[in-house]
Design a protein around this ligand. Sequence first.
Ligand code: ZN
Length: 357
Amino acid sequence: MQKKLIFLLGLIILMGVPNKEIMAMNQLSPMNAVFGLESNLKQFPGMTETEIAQELKKEGINAVFGGYENKTLRKALHKEGIKIYAEIGLFVGTEHWKSHPESRPITRMGIPMEKEDWYGGVCPNQEWLRQKKLLSIQKLCQENQVDGIWLDFIRYPCHWEGKNPQLTDTCFCPVCLQKFQQQTGIKIPAKLKSTKNKADWILTNHPDDWYNWRCSVITDYVKETRKVIKKVNPKIVVGLFGVPWTASDYDNAIYRIIGQDYRKLAPFVDVFSPMVYHRICYKNPNWIHQVTTEFQIMTGKPVVPIIQACSVPDTLSEGEFIHSLNEARKSPSSGVIIFTLDYALKEKKFTLIKTGL
Ligand SMILES: [Zn+2]
């Protein structure tokens, strides 16, 4: 009898953990954040740090991404009860292709990946970059009193924003091929000499081992960054900006191409933020709520979607912006992040953010 009771109690505690976490997040008021607050105060001409913080509070903003390099602004924001979060881009930037040409991803055709528009992805297995980013994260946490860090570009390369994203199998660089063999025990036949032949062999004979391993590369790195962040201060929230795809999009490209396995990432992430830029992705505003719900079911963690305020690729009307805000805030969402503060200000959407609050 006692054993049965203990078992039941254990079950209740276990099942209660994720729910409690979400409840705690929702009991605090839902996040209402703007992305891209600048430290130089230029977004609010003629205003002091204190006035900016008060203005943000007046508009219902309770969290900002950015602005933390300015100590006075930081203090003013915290005084108004506004949380300060940082975003850090990890495996991205063509500047790395110049300083470390080996970091440019290699496609299954055995050729370096092309730059697409502004975007250039970076191989996620470059040890120098992984260490460098961990150090920057540690420094950022130690020096800026941020309340949270959202990991960005924490994935394999793909310029996913658009109507028909190019889905390229990567990365078949020497570092990746060696690490894959070491960590899975799978041996690529020695007779295969060209990268294309090696890639074809892997994708024909061990596709799931390859895809799972790639996902574990990303998950393990998130685990490492979490350790670094929580060591500085366990209260710092670890967030993740996720590609807003689920298994039904592009034949499970979230797994095959992006390498973000949200179920496996869940234990190491406090808040998930799918980047549901609906116009950029040629979707309706309702899609924002659908993706948010799927993320919540997959992860059991608080989900705060990030939505666009920008008229890209064409006009985003005031009415449609308010509609997308409402979709983003619907349960089980734990709030919303506006991308970006600059666009909201320029397109006169800043004062609309408080609509419905
Ligand atoms: Zn690589």
